[in-house]
Design a protein around this ligand. Structure first.
Ligand code: PAF
Length: 285
């Protein structure tokens, strides 16, 4: 059976009209923000959203503000028709696909920035990235006013930044993290995996194996610095071009943990370069 075409809105006014109608019926609303190029990972966010609300909105917006000048904004994969078909089949009720001018109209001059939690790791590698994310996500949450919003744990630092923003700005929404969807060999699903050559794709699958070993050592009480050093050496030996970070951090505020044994719920986070593709992954400890 093919799903019927997904209702699509492009303006904040139309989005709000749909949400207001649902609210009049007493329905709970979830939002799943995305940049499109959807894969099974995004659909798992929609599935989780379905369990938490009566109606699910997905937004598809390739947010120029979160790309650096030398990043892949122009080349970022775009396929609205394909995304809409997948969302409809995945149980989404409404697609919000605004033009850039709807999100950033002429004269737009406001940026949401966070301190601390956004300054390490991706914040160092991609200056301005989290301000772009925090700004667009704040806007989407204010525009859709959902009861719950679902984000992938795959971008764990982003998830924690968004949680911080929602708390600090008193946004009346529950932020839910969804477990990372993985390919058969454990590679975290990402729209950017499409950039990998066949050989790179083979090597990419090794990252999560190395991370699982390091996370397991740390959880078992081994020295954090020693487990990280072994992990970094294994990544280099596997043929990755560069390690941006491979670090153990506190799961909540992302403060650095170690050296020594782990003394708080932790997260091992990594970003590595393979060919021209940056891969991110993380593991709970
Ligand atoms: O994770 C993403 O796809 C994006 O960073 C998000 C949260 C949709 C904001 O543009």
């Amino acid at each position: 059976m093919t799903a019927s075409p997904l209702a699509t809105v492009r303006t904040v006014a139309d989005l709000r009209a749909h949400v207001a109608a649902w609210r009049r019926q007493g329905l709970r609303v979830a939002l799943v923000p995305t940049m499109g190029a959807l894969h099974a990972g995004h659909l798992s966010l929609v599935s989780l959203a379905r369990t938490r609300a009566d109606r699910v909105i997905a937004s598809v917006f390739v947010n120029p503000a979160q790309f650096g000048p030398n990043e892949d904004f122009a080349a970022y994969p775009r396929d609205e028709a394909g995304d809409a078909a997948q969302l409809a089949a995945g149980g989404c009720d409404l697609l919000f696909a605004p033009a850039a001018s709807e999100i950033y109209p002429p004269g737009f001059a406001t940026t949401v920035t966070t301190a601390g939690i956004s300054e390490s790791m991706e914040g160092l590698a991609r200056p301005g990235h989290f301000a772009g994310v925090a700004t667009v996500v704040s806007k989407l949450l204010i525009q859709a006013a959902p009861d719950v919003a679902v984000f992938g744990e795959k971008d764990y630092q982003q998830l924690q930044v968004i949680r911080r923003v929602a708390i600090d700005l008193d946004l009346p929404v529950e932020i839910v993290g969804a477990p990372t969807a993985r390919a058969e060999d454990g590679l975290a699903l990402s729209s950017r995996n499409a950039y990998l050559t066949a050989e790179e794709r083979r090597v990419a699958g090794v990252l999560n194996v190395i991370m699982a070993r390091a996370a397991g050592r740390i959880a078992a009480g081994d020295d954090i610095a020693a487990a990280e050093a072994e992990g970094r050496a294994a990544i280099e030996a596997a043929g990755f071009a560069r390690i941006d970070y491979f670090e153990t951090r506190a799961a909540d505020d992302l403060r650095r943990l170690g050296p020594g044994v782990i003394d708080a719920p932790g997260r091992l986070l990594a970003a590595v370069l393979l060919g021209r593709t940056r891969l991110l992954d993380n593991r709970a400890i």
